[in-house]
Write a protein that binds this ligand. Structure first.
Ligand SMILES: Nc1ncnc2c1ncn2[C@@H]1O[C@H](COP(=O)(O)OP(=O)(O)OP(=O)(O)O)[C@@H](O)[C@H]1O
Ligand code: SF4
Ligand SMILES: [Mg+2]
Length: 329
Protein backbone atom coordinates (compact mmCIF):
# COMPACT_ATOMS: atom_id res chain seq x y z
CA UNK A 1 0.00 0.00 0.00
CA UNK A 2 1.33 3.43 -0.98
CA UNK A 3 -0.09 5.46 1.89
CA UNK A 4 -2.07 4.36 4.95
CA UNK A 5 -3.69 6.66 7.46
CA UNK A 6 -4.47 4.57 10.51
CA UNK A 7 -6.76 5.84 13.27
CA UNK A 8 -5.28 9.35 13.03
CA UNK A 9 -6.12 11.71 15.89
CA UNK A 10 -5.25 15.42 15.91
CA UNK A 11 -5.80 18.02 18.61
CA UNK A 12 -5.26 21.78 18.80
CA UNK A 13 -4.59 23.65 22.01
CA UNK A 14 -6.96 26.62 22.14
CA UNK A 15 -7.86 29.24 24.76
CA UNK A 16 -11.05 27.25 25.39
CA UNK A 17 -9.27 23.93 25.89
CA UNK A 18 -8.35 21.14 23.47
CA UNK A 19 -10.08 21.03 20.11
CA UNK A 20 -10.47 17.51 18.69
CA UNK A 21 -10.15 18.22 14.98
CA UNK A 22 -9.56 14.63 13.80
CA UNK A 23 -10.90 11.79 15.94
CA UNK A 24 -9.64 8.52 14.52
CA UNK A 25 -9.54 8.68 10.74
CA UNK A 26 -8.38 5.72 8.64
CA UNK A 27 -8.04 5.34 4.89
CA UNK A 28 -5.64 4.10 2.23
CA UNK A 29 -4.24 5.67 -0.91
CA UNK A 30 -3.28 3.32 -3.72
CA UNK A 31 -0.95 3.96 -6.64
CA UNK A 32 -2.53 5.86 -9.51
CA UNK A 33 -5.91 6.16 -7.77
CA UNK A 34 -8.05 9.19 -6.88
CA UNK A 35 -9.42 9.29 -3.36
CA UNK A 36 -12.15 11.91 -3.00
CA UNK A 37 -12.50 13.40 0.49
CA UNK A 38 -15.79 15.21 1.05
CA UNK A 39 -17.23 16.99 4.07
CA UNK A 40 -18.61 20.28 5.29
CA UNK A 41 -16.45 23.12 6.55
CA UNK A 42 -14.62 22.18 9.75
CA UNK A 43 -14.98 18.42 9.30
CA UNK A 44 -11.20 17.96 9.47
CA UNK A 45 -10.27 17.54 5.80
CA UNK A 46 -7.35 20.00 5.67
CA UNK A 47 -6.06 19.02 9.11
CA UNK A 48 -5.96 15.38 7.96
CA UNK A 49 -4.10 16.42 4.79
CA UNK A 50 -1.56 18.54 6.66
CA UNK A 51 -1.01 15.75 9.21
CA UNK A 52 0.05 13.36 6.44
CA UNK A 53 2.94 15.76 5.75
CA UNK A 54 3.43 16.65 9.43
CA UNK A 55 2.68 20.27 8.62
CA UNK A 56 0.57 21.17 11.64
CA UNK A 57 0.92 24.60 13.26
CA UNK A 58 2.58 24.95 16.68
CA UNK A 59 -0.65 24.51 18.66
CA UNK A 60 -1.55 21.29 16.81
CA UNK A 61 -0.37 17.75 17.52
CA UNK A 62 -0.99 14.24 16.27
CA UNK A 63 -2.15 12.55 19.47
CA UNK A 64 -2.81 9.06 18.14
CA UNK A 65 -2.66 6.73 15.19
CA UNK A 66 -0.14 6.55 12.39
CA UNK A 67 0.63 7.65 8.85
CA UNK A 68 2.54 5.03 6.86
CA UNK A 69 4.21 5.52 3.50
CA UNK A 70 5.08 2.22 1.79
CA UNK A 71 4.83 0.57 5.19
CA UNK A 72 7.11 2.93 7.16
CA UNK A 73 5.81 5.35 9.79
CA UNK A 74 6.03 8.96 8.61
CA UNK A 75 5.63 10.00 12.25
CA UNK A 76 8.99 8.37 13.03
CA UNK A 77 10.90 10.03 10.15
CA UNK A 78 14.02 12.01 11.01
CA UNK A 79 14.18 15.61 9.66
CA UNK A 80 16.25 14.42 6.67
CA UNK A 81 13.90 11.61 5.75
CA UNK A 82 10.95 13.96 6.20
CA UNK A 83 12.51 16.42 3.74
CA UNK A 84 12.85 13.66 1.17
CA UNK A 85 9.20 12.68 1.80
CA UNK A 86 7.56 16.11 1.57
CA UNK A 87 7.48 16.84 -2.11
CA UNK A 88 9.18 13.86 -3.78
CA UNK A 89 6.76 11.36 -2.23
CA UNK A 90 3.69 13.37 -1.23
CA UNK A 91 3.11 16.89 -2.48
CA UNK A 92 0.27 19.27 -1.64
CA UNK A 93 -1.67 22.04 -3.33
CA UNK A 94 -2.70 24.16 -0.36
CA UNK A 95 -6.24 25.44 0.07
CA UNK A 96 -4.83 28.98 0.45
CA UNK A 97 -2.72 30.03 -2.61
CA UNK A 98 -0.69 32.26 -0.24
CA UNK A 99 0.86 29.11 1.25
CA UNK A 100 2.20 28.06 -2.16
CA UNK A 101 3.33 31.44 -3.50
CA UNK A 102 5.01 34.47 -2.05
CA UNK A 103 3.36 37.46 -3.81
CA UNK A 104 6.69 39.28 -4.12
CA UNK A 105 8.32 36.56 -6.27
CA UNK A 106 7.50 35.45 -9.81
CA UNK A 107 5.91 32.03 -10.20
CA UNK A 108 9.01 30.99 -12.18
CA UNK A 109 11.18 31.67 -9.16
CA UNK A 110 8.92 29.57 -6.92
CA UNK A 111 9.04 26.63 -9.35
CA UNK A 112 12.80 26.95 -9.91
CA UNK A 113 13.48 27.03 -6.16
CA UNK A 114 11.47 23.85 -5.69
CA UNK A 115 13.37 22.16 -8.53
CA UNK A 116 16.73 23.20 -7.05
CA UNK A 117 15.75 22.13 -3.54
CA UNK A 118 14.93 18.62 -4.71
CA UNK A 119 17.68 18.34 -7.36
CA UNK A 120 20.76 20.13 -5.99
CA UNK A 121 22.89 18.78 -8.85
CA UNK A 122 20.65 20.12 -11.59
CA UNK A 123 22.30 22.62 -13.99
CA UNK A 124 20.67 26.06 -14.25
CA UNK A 125 19.72 25.50 -17.92
CA UNK A 126 17.90 22.36 -16.98
CA UNK A 127 16.12 24.09 -14.08
CA UNK A 128 14.73 26.64 -16.52
CA UNK A 129 13.86 24.02 -19.11
CA UNK A 130 12.04 21.88 -16.53
CA UNK A 131 10.08 24.92 -15.29
CA UNK A 132 8.81 25.63 -18.81
CA UNK A 133 7.97 21.93 -19.27
CA UNK A 134 5.94 21.90 -16.04
CA UNK A 135 3.85 24.87 -17.19
CA UNK A 136 3.36 23.24 -20.58
CA UNK A 137 2.34 19.98 -18.90
CA UNK A 138 -0.34 21.87 -16.97
CA UNK A 139 -1.41 23.67 -20.19
CA UNK A 140 -0.44 27.21 -19.22
CA UNK A 141 -0.29 29.16 -22.51
CA UNK A 142 2.91 31.10 -23.34
CA UNK A 143 4.71 29.11 -20.65
CA UNK A 144 8.12 30.69 -21.18
CA UNK A 145 6.84 34.26 -20.82
CA UNK A 146 4.43 33.50 -17.99
CA UNK A 147 7.22 32.26 -15.72
CA UNK A 148 8.19 35.93 -15.33
CA UNK A 149 4.77 36.92 -13.97
CA UNK A 150 3.70 37.36 -10.35
CA UNK A 151 0.84 35.34 -8.81
CA UNK A 152 -1.58 38.28 -8.91
CA UNK A 153 -1.16 38.54 -12.68
CA UNK A 154 -3.01 35.26 -13.25
CA UNK A 155 -6.69 34.42 -13.39
CA UNK A 156 -7.93 31.95 -10.75
CA UNK A 157 -7.92 29.06 -13.22
CA UNK A 158 -4.39 29.73 -14.48
CA UNK A 159 -3.04 30.21 -10.97
CA UNK A 160 -4.54 26.84 -10.05
CA UNK A 161 -2.69 25.26 -13.00
CA UNK A 162 0.54 26.88 -11.83
CA UNK A 163 -0.06 25.61 -8.29
CA UNK A 164 -0.41 22.13 -9.76
CA UNK A 165 2.84 22.65 -11.73
CA UNK A 166 4.60 23.75 -8.52
CA UNK A 167 3.32 20.69 -6.65
CA UNK A 168 4.58 18.47 -9.49
CA UNK A 169 8.05 20.07 -9.53
CA UNK A 170 9.17 17.60 -6.85
CA UNK A 171 7.85 14.67 -8.95
CA UNK A 172 5.55 13.18 -6.29
CA UNK A 173 3.84 9.77 -6.12
CA UNK A 174 0.86 11.30 -4.29
CA UNK A 175 -0.68 14.72 -4.90
CA UNK A 176 -2.98 16.19 -2.26
CA UNK A 177 -5.29 18.76 -3.86
CA UNK A 178 -7.08 20.66 -1.09
CA UNK A 179 -10.20 22.33 -2.54
CA UNK A 180 -8.40 23.00 -5.83
CA UNK A 181 -11.49 24.28 -7.63
CA UNK A 182 -13.66 25.90 -4.96
CA UNK A 183 -13.09 29.50 -6.05
CA UNK A 184 -13.46 28.74 -9.75
CA UNK A 185 -16.50 28.88 -11.98
CA UNK A 186 -18.03 25.65 -13.20
CA UNK A 187 -16.37 25.58 -16.65
CA UNK A 188 -12.91 26.23 -15.23
CA UNK A 189 -13.56 23.65 -12.48
CA UNK A 190 -14.23 21.05 -15.18
CA UNK A 191 -10.98 21.95 -16.96
CA UNK A 192 -8.96 21.54 -13.76
CA UNK A 193 -10.60 18.14 -13.14
CA UNK A 194 -9.66 17.10 -16.70
CA UNK A 195 -6.09 18.23 -16.10
CA UNK A 196 -5.82 16.25 -12.86
CA UNK A 197 -7.20 13.13 -14.55
CA UNK A 198 -4.73 13.58 -17.43
CA UNK A 199 -1.81 13.92 -14.99
CA UNK A 200 -3.00 10.92 -13.00
CA UNK A 201 -2.87 8.73 -16.11
CA UNK A 202 0.34 10.18 -17.51
CA UNK A 203 2.30 10.07 -14.26
CA UNK A 204 0.50 7.19 -12.52
CA UNK A 205 -0.15 9.75 -9.82
CA UNK A 206 -2.28 9.01 -6.78
CA UNK A 207 -4.48 12.00 -5.91
CA UNK A 208 -6.24 12.91 -2.69
CA UNK A 209 -8.91 15.31 -3.90
CA UNK A 210 -10.50 17.33 -1.08
CA UNK A 211 -13.73 19.23 -1.64
CA UNK A 212 -17.15 20.24 -0.32
CA UNK A 213 -18.56 19.28 -3.66
CA UNK A 214 -19.86 15.75 -3.97
CA UNK A 215 -20.78 16.33 -7.62
CA UNK A 216 -17.13 16.99 -8.45
CA UNK A 217 -16.01 13.94 -6.50
CA UNK A 218 -18.36 11.76 -8.49
CA UNK A 219 -16.53 12.84 -11.66
CA UNK A 220 -13.02 12.12 -10.46
CA UNK A 221 -12.86 9.67 -7.55
CA UNK A 222 -12.17 5.94 -7.56
CA UNK A 223 -12.92 5.83 -3.84
CA UNK A 224 -14.71 8.26 -1.54
CA UNK A 225 -14.22 9.22 2.10
CA UNK A 226 -17.07 11.16 3.73
CA UNK A 227 -16.01 13.10 6.85
CA UNK A 228 -18.11 14.73 9.53
CA UNK A 229 -17.09 16.15 12.90
CA UNK A 230 -13.53 14.84 12.57
CA UNK A 231 -14.75 11.29 11.94
CA UNK A 232 -15.10 9.01 8.92
CA UNK A 233 -18.82 8.64 8.25
CA UNK A 234 -18.54 6.50 5.14
CA UNK A 235 -15.70 5.10 3.05
CA UNK A 236 -15.76 2.86 0.03
CA UNK A 237 -15.55 2.58 -3.74
CA UNK A 238 -17.08 5.56 -5.55
CA UNK A 239 -19.68 3.24 -7.06
CA UNK A 240 -20.79 1.87 -3.68
CA UNK A 241 -20.81 5.23 -1.91
CA UNK A 242 -22.67 7.01 -4.72
CA UNK A 243 -25.04 4.25 -5.80
CA UNK A 244 -25.60 2.42 -2.52
CA UNK A 245 -24.81 4.88 0.28
CA UNK A 246 -25.37 3.33 3.71
CA UNK A 247 -24.90 6.35 5.96
CA UNK A 248 -27.75 8.84 6.52
CA UNK A 249 -25.31 11.75 6.12
CA UNK A 250 -24.08 10.52 2.72
CA UNK A 251 -27.70 9.95 1.70
CA UNK A 252 -28.57 13.48 2.76
CA UNK A 253 -25.63 14.90 0.77
CA UNK A 254 -26.69 12.94 -2.29
CA UNK A 255 -30.33 13.88 -1.88
CA UNK A 256 -29.50 17.60 -1.74
CA UNK A 257 -27.26 17.16 -4.77
CA UNK A 258 -29.93 15.36 -6.79
CA UNK A 259 -32.60 17.88 -5.96
CA UNK A 260 -30.31 20.72 -7.04
CA UNK A 261 -28.68 19.21 -10.09
CA UNK A 262 -24.92 19.23 -10.36
CA UNK A 263 -24.42 22.88 -9.38
CA UNK A 264 -24.03 21.85 -5.83
CA UNK A 265 -22.29 24.07 -3.29
CA UNK A 266 -21.84 24.05 0.44
CA UNK A 267 -24.83 26.37 1.02
CA UNK A 268 -27.10 23.76 -0.43
CA UNK A 269 -26.25 21.53 2.47
CA UNK A 270 -28.49 23.76 4.51
CA UNK A 271 -31.20 21.44 3.23
CA UNK A 272 -29.81 19.09 5.88
CA UNK A 273 -31.14 21.00 8.87
CA UNK A 274 -28.84 22.27 11.59
CA UNK A 275 -25.20 23.28 11.87
CA UNK A 276 -22.01 21.29 12.10
CA UNK A 277 -20.80 20.09 15.52
CA UNK A 278 -18.53 22.19 17.74
CA UNK A 279 -15.19 20.32 17.90
CA UNK A 280 -14.40 21.91 21.28
CA UNK A 281 -17.41 20.22 22.82
CA UNK A 282 -17.89 16.92 20.99
CA UNK A 283 -21.18 15.20 21.81
CA UNK A 284 -20.74 11.77 23.38
CA UNK A 285 -22.58 9.99 20.58
CA UNK A 286 -22.86 10.21 16.81
CA UNK A 287 -21.91 13.78 15.79
CA UNK A 288 -24.62 13.75 13.11
CA UNK A 289 -27.38 12.93 15.65
CA UNK A 290 -28.66 16.54 16.04
CA UNK A 291 -29.36 16.67 12.28
CA UNK A 292 -30.18 13.06 11.58
CA UNK A 293 -33.85 12.28 10.90
CA UNK A 294 -33.25 8.68 12.00
CA UNK A 295 -31.54 9.46 15.32
CA UNK A 296 -32.55 7.34 18.31
CA UNK A 297 -31.64 7.68 21.99
CA UNK A 298 -28.96 5.07 21.49
CA UNK A 299 -27.20 7.25 18.88
CA UNK A 300 -26.42 9.87 21.51
CA UNK A 301 -24.79 7.46 23.96
CA UNK A 302 -21.51 6.57 22.24
CA UNK A 303 -19.82 7.19 18.90
CA UNK A 304 -21.02 4.31 16.71
CA UNK A 305 -18.26 1.97 15.52
CA UNK A 306 -17.36 1.65 11.86
CA UNK A 307 -19.03 -1.37 10.27
CA UNK A 308 -18.29 -3.06 6.94
CA UNK A 309 -21.33 -3.74 4.82
CA UNK A 310 -20.95 -2.71 1.18
CA UNK A 311 -19.07 0.37 2.40
CA UNK A 312 -17.31 1.06 5.70
CA UNK A 313 -19.69 3.33 7.63
CA UNK A 314 -20.38 4.61 11.10
CA UNK A 315 -24.08 4.24 11.93
CA UNK A 316 -26.10 2.09 14.32
CA UNK A 317 -28.88 1.49 11.82
CA UNK A 318 -26.53 -0.07 9.31
CA UNK A 319 -28.36 -2.74 7.40
CA UNK A 320 -31.87 -1.54 8.29
CA UNK A 321 -31.97 0.40 4.98
CA UNK A 322 -34.75 2.86 5.77
CA UNK A 323 -36.77 3.36 2.61
CA UNK A 324 -38.22 6.57 1.18
CA UNK A 325 -36.46 8.94 3.53
CA UNK A 326 -34.48 10.76 0.90
CA UNK A 327 -35.14 11.47 -2.74
CA UNK A 328 -32.52 8.90 -3.70
CA UNK A 329 -34.17 5.98 -1.88
N1 LIG B 1 -4.51 26.14 13.99
C1 LIG B 1 -5.69 25.79 14.48
N2 LIG B 1 -6.02 26.05 15.77
C2 LIG B 1 -7.19 25.68 16.30
N3 LIG B 1 -8.13 25.00 15.61
C3 LIG B 1 -7.86 24.71 14.32
C4 LIG B 1 -6.65 25.08 13.69
N4 LIG B 1 -6.67 24.66 12.39
C5 LIG B 1 -7.86 24.04 12.24
N5 LIG B 1 -8.58 24.07 13.39
C6 LIG B 1 -9.90 23.50 13.62
O1 LIG B 1 -9.88 22.12 13.24
C7 LIG B 1 -11.15 21.76 12.70
C8 LIG B 1 -10.93 21.12 11.34
O2 LIG B 1 -10.42 22.11 10.46
P1 LIG B 1 -10.09 21.83 8.93
O3 LIG B 1 -9.35 23.03 8.44
O4 LIG B 1 -9.44 20.51 8.77
O5 LIG B 1 -11.55 21.78 8.29
P2 LIG B 1 -11.90 21.52 6.76
O6 LIG B 1 -12.72 20.26 6.70
O7 LIG B 1 -10.67 21.56 5.92
O8 LIG B 1 -12.86 22.77 6.47
P3 LIG B 1 -12.97 23.70 5.15
O9 LIG B 1 -13.88 22.92 4.25
O10 LIG B 1 -13.59 24.95 5.66
O11 LIG B 1 -11.62 23.90 4.57
C9 LIG B 1 -11.99 23.02 12.64
O12 LIG B 1 -12.84 23.06 13.76
C10 LIG B 1 -10.95 24.13 12.72
O13 LIG B 1 -11.49 25.28 13.32
S1 SF4 C 1 -25.83 6.65 14.32
FE1 SF4 C 1 -27.90 7.42 14.63
S2 SF4 C 1 -27.70 9.66 14.50
FE2 SF4 C 1 -25.85 8.81 13.64
S3 SF4 C 1 -26.24 8.68 11.48
FE3 SF4 C 1 -26.83 6.70 12.32
S4 SF4 C 1 -29.00 6.87 12.78
FE4 SF4 C 1 -28.22 8.94 12.47
MG1 LIG D 1 -10.00 22.80 4.49
Amino acid sequence: MLLEIDNLMVEFATGQGPLHAVRGVSFEVREGEVLGVVGESGSGKSVTAHSILRLLPGNGAITGGDVRYQGSSVLAYSPNVLRAFRGPKVSIIFQEPGRSFDPIYTVGRAIEETLRAHNPEMAEDEVRERSVKLLRETHVPYAEQRLHNYPHQFSGGLLQRIMIALALASDPDVLIADEPTTALDVTIQAQIIDLLLELKDKRNLAIIFITHNLALISEIADRILVMYGGLVMEYGSARDVLDRPRHPYTRALLASLLSLGTHYTEQHLQTVHGGTPDPRRPEPGCPFAPRCPLAKMQCREAVPPLVEDGTRHRCIISGEKPEGLYARD
